[in-house]
Design a protein around this ligand. Structure first.
Ligand SMILES: [Zn+2]
Length: 95
C-alpha cells in the first residue's frame, strides 16, 4: 500500500467503510479526472459524443478541469481532440 498519492504525492487516507485509499488533495488531478468520468458516465446522453475515453483525452490535453468546462468546450477543441490525444500518448508525457 502506498502512503502517498502516485499522482500528486499528497497523503492517502482510508475512509471508514471503504476499501480504497483516497488522496486528501481536493485538487488532485487523478481525483478530478475520476469525478469527470463519473459525471459523464451518468450523464452521457446529455453531452453528445463525450464518453469516458474522450474525457480522459480532454483532461490530459488540459482542455477540461471540471464539469463546467465540459459545457464550455468549443467545436474546434473537440475536433482537435483525437490528434492531441494521440500525440500525448506517443510522447508518454501525460502522467
Ligand atoms: Zn492525489
Amino acid at each position: 500500500m502506498p502512503d502517498n498519492c502516485p499522482v500528486c504525492d499528497s497523503e492517502l487516507i482510508r475512509i471508514d467503510g471503504e476499501v480504497a485509499l483516497r488522496c486528501v488533495n481536493p485538487q488532485c488531478p487523478a481525483q478530478m479526472k475520476e469525478a469527470l468520468i463519473h459525471f459523464v458516465s451518468r450523464n452521457a446522453m446529455n453531452i453528445e459524443g463525450i464518453g469516458e475515453r474522450v474525457v480522459d483525452q480532454l483532461y490530459t490535453a488540459g482542455l477540461v478541469h471540471d464539469v463546467s468546462d465540459l459545457y464550455a468546450l468549443t467545436k474546434d477543441q473537440l475536433l482537435s481532440l483525437e490528434r492531441m490525444g494521440r500525440e500525448c500518448i506517443e510522447l508518454d508525457i501525460c502522467d
